[in-house]
Design a protein around this ligand. Sequence first.
Ligand SMILES: Nc1ncnc2[nH]cnc12
Ligand SMILES: [Zn+2]
Length: 315
Amino acid sequence: MYEWLNALPKAELHLHLEGSLEPELLFALAERNKIALPWTDVEALRSAYAFNNLQEFLDLYYQGANVLRTEQDFYDLTWAYLLRCKAQNVIHTEPFFDPQTHTDRGIPFEVVVNGIQQALKDGQEKLGISYGLILSFLRHLSEEQAFVTLDQARPFRDAFIAVGLDSSEMGHPPSKFQRVFDKARSEGYLTVAHAGEEGPPEYIWQALDLLKIERIDHGVRAIEDERLMQRIIDEQIPLTVCPLSNTKLCVFDDMRQHNILEMLERGVKVTVNSDDPAYFGGYVGENFAALYDSLGMTEVQARKLAQNSLDARLA
Ligand SMILES: Nc1ncnc2[nH]cnc12
Ligand SMILES: [Zn+2]
């Protein structure tokens, strides 16, 4: 890692807490909770981290999340992530979590939220990292199930700044969730959504026009639609781009093909994020380093990307 990149103050705006579950912690939690794993050791698990697309990754990611059972588990997961933030000068974070991944396995909503929230509060107090937590709906499930999750969140309303939308993109357009996003906005939530990661530009239009999102998560396929590009430039709608994720999930064949700097130079408010760092080979710092190594990112560009992340905060 490069010291000058590490030293830049940054915000992380696209991070799935469940995706920060490192294999070592996964094994430790499995042991603590007496859960048998299908992998013999950490190395065997790590060697399974080879994906051809988003769905192949998600299948393993949901399997990994199964070791998270208690409030302490969610605390430990979140705290480990915050220590990484501290080490890389991430001074603000807006992580996602997927309540349905846990409630559907019988883990009470409050167990998940309390563990995460306590760690975030301690991170603010002891590490000086500010935050805003985003509750994300799983788009492969129904809108009705998202409404149930929104109901479960109501007693904890102050714990969240926004709702989001993630999981399998293809075949699950933003329009499927228009009503639940309307309801969430009426309750004061801001909104974000994954769009244009694997899905077409049309999904980004829907996320903007139907879900009224503040930021586009990924959004790299916007570049295929010139009218859309003009809109996100004119309105300075932030994109939370995740370079290592995009190459690991074969959205781009190679980092040298990534379009983040082309977007930046065209005036798009792009930011650098890690998505699921335990699975994709690194945290924000490693993502910045990859842009330097493979795309020749300049110091001016790095500073602009870091500033964009601070400007695009919701909390
Ligand atoms: N990159 C990604 N896209 C969609 N859903 C996700 N959940 C965790 N990581 C994700
Ligand atoms: Zn994501």
